[in-house]
Design a binder for this molecule. Structure first.
Ligand SMILES: *[C@@H]1O[C@H](CO)[C@@H](O)[C@H](O)[C@H]1NC(C)=O
Ligand SMILES: *[C@@H]1O[C@H](CO)[C@@H](O)[C@H](O)[C@H]1NC(C)=O
Ligand SMILES: *[C@@H]1O[C@H](CO)[C@@H](O)[C@H](O)[C@H]1NC(C)=O
Ligand SMILES: *[C@@H]1O[C@H](CO)[C@@H](O)[C@H](O)[C@H]1NC(C)=O
Ligand SMILES: *[C@@H]1O[C@H](CO)[C@@H](O)[C@H](O)[C@H]1NC(C)=O
Ligand SMILES: *[C@@H]1O[C@H](CO)[C@@H](O)[C@H](O)[C@H]1NC(C)=O
Ligand SMILES: *[C@@H]1O[C@H](CO)[C@@H](O)[C@H](O)[C@H]1NC(C)=O
Length: 386
């Protein structure tokens, strides 16, 4: 009791409280943003130079949004042709929900500890598309607990896709197109049960597509085109009941097409051009009644066109050029009332053209050159475009 009441104790307590208050005065958001400003080497419209002034409230700065309760920075959105790099202090914006620095000329790596030590517990969007960022994807992104959108497309990011990507379990969009990523797609992506859009187009990814893609059951859009992926398309792909776009052209994928693919209930677009997909088109193709765009040119398909192809009720574009398809074109093709483009040059199709082809109301383009077709019309119209 005596100790507590001593003037010395009260003075100490007062000093302690004052020091706490003083610490509180230091605005970590302001120092983080000023650290960002200090690394900007070119600011063509003088946005930061004139507007981001020390001593004024960061909440009035261009590109900055704060929450009304705490006056802490929640959004930093700047697309102002800025040159420079991103400082580690960005991880001090501890209330940050959205960081969008797309369409600048930022270079250098992403801060490697960006989400370490639970730095950015609220971060939902990290959008850095269209810059010149280098280095690798920081593994600490696996520690961003709320991250839903990760867009690093159109940069020069190299290295591998880290296995820790599988820890970002709230992720809905993973956009890493047009970078220099190498190595395999890690099987840990299968943990991303909420992922709706995965775009890895135009990288140098190799190895096979992991079976675990079949676990990403929320996927709507899967774009893996223009990499060096090999092996067969895993049959687990058939679990993706929400998948609308399956884009895997310009790889080294082998056939045949997995039989499960013909059962997928939402598929609208299949792009598998320029691979080594082999085997014959099965009669089950007729059960694909949601597919509008089917691109299978420059592959190794063999055998005849199954008549069931006429059951693909919404098929709008069909490209099968440069395969080894044989036999006659089935007259059922005339049932494709939505078909606008039919392109099957460079095959070994034979026999006469079914007359039904010329009654197809929607057809605007027909390409059948370099086959073994016979009959007057075929001779007259080796290539026919409207
Ligand atoms: C920065 O720009 C905003 C919006 O135009 C303005 O409200 C604010 O006063 C400016 N701050 C300074 C220091 O110029
Ligand atoms: C800000 O970030 C830097 C670098 O990550 C760190 O060293 C520093 O302690 C942080 N400062 C505050 C006030 O959080
Ligand atoms: C993060 O991912 C790694 C590799 O997949 C895993 O070993 C680790 O347990 C994960 N950490 C957390 C916190 O989930
Ligand atoms: C594939 O990527 C390369 C660069 O990696 C690019 O030059 C080429 O145009 C791309 N091809 C397609 C079809 O997108
Ligand atoms: C994930 O995929 C693998 C391989 O397809 C499978 O064995 C496993 O059961 C799946 N896990 C979950 C949780 O769905
Ligand atoms: C496709 O669906 C049918 C009917 O729902 C089912 O009997 C068949 O086993 C499925 N096939 C594949 C390959 O998943
Ligand atoms: C036909 O496809 C093969 C294999 O994809 C490719 O190498 C070749 O260049 C293609 N030919 C034409 C004329 O497009």
């Amino acid at each position: 009791m005596e100790r507590v009441n001593s003037p010395f104790f009260i003075l100490s307590l007062l000093l302690f409280c004052l020091s706490l208050a003083a610490t509180h005065q230091i605005n970590p958001d302001e120092s983080a943003l000023l650290a960002f400003k200090s690394l900007i080497t070119s600011d063509p419209n003088n946005v930061l130079k004139n507007n981001w002034t020390a001593g004024t409230s960061v909440c009035t700065w261009i590109g900055v949004t704060c929450d009304s309760h705490h006056s802490r920075v929640t959004h930093l959105h700047l697309s102002k042709d800025l040159k420079g790099s991103i400082p580690p202090e960005i991880g001090n914006l501890s209330f940050l929900v959205s960081l969008d620095l797309s369409a600048n000329s930022l270079h250098g790596p992403l801060p490697k500890d960006i989400c370490r030590y639970n730095n950015l517990p609220r971060l939902k969007e990290l959008v850095l598309t269209n810059n010149n960022l280098e280095g690798e994807i920081p593994i600490s992104l696996g520690e961003c607990p709320q991250l839903e959108i990760l867009s690093l497309s159109s940069n020069h990011i190299g290295g591998h896709v880290p296995t820790q990507i599988g820890n970002i379990t709230h992720l809905k969009e993973l956009h890493l197109t047009f970078n220099n990523l190498r190595g395999i797609i890690p099987k840990e992506i299968g943990h991303l049960k909420k992922l709706e859009s995965m775009q890895l187009t135009n990288n140098k990814l190799s190895g096979s597509i992991p079976r675990e893609v079949g676990n990403m059951t929320a996927l709507i859009d899967l774009s893996l085109d223009n990499n060096s992926l090999s092996g067969v398309i895993p049959h687990e792909i058939g679990h993706l009941d929400h998948l609308q776009s399956l884009i895997m052209g310009w790889n080294k994928l082998l056939g045949p097409l997995p039989s499960t693919m013909f059962n997928m209930s939402s598929l609208e677009q299949i792009e598998l051009s320029s691979n080594t997909i082999g085997g014959a088109l099965p009669s089950k193709i007729g059960s694909m009644n949601t597919v509008k765009y089917l691109y299978l040119e420059n592959n190794a398909l063999v055998g005849p066109l199954p008549p069931e192809i006429g059951n693909m009720k919404v098929l709008t574009e069909l490209y099968l050029d440069n395969n080894s398809l044989v036999g006659v074109i089935p007259q059922e093709i005339g049932h494709l009332y939505c078909l606008e483009l039919l392109s099957m040059s460079l095959n070994k199709l034979s026999g006469p053209l079914p007359p039904a082809i010329f009654k197809m109301k929607a057809l605007t383009g027909l390409r059948l050159d370099n086959n073994a077709l016979s009959g007057k019309i075929a001779n007259l119209c080796r290539i026919l475009f409207q």
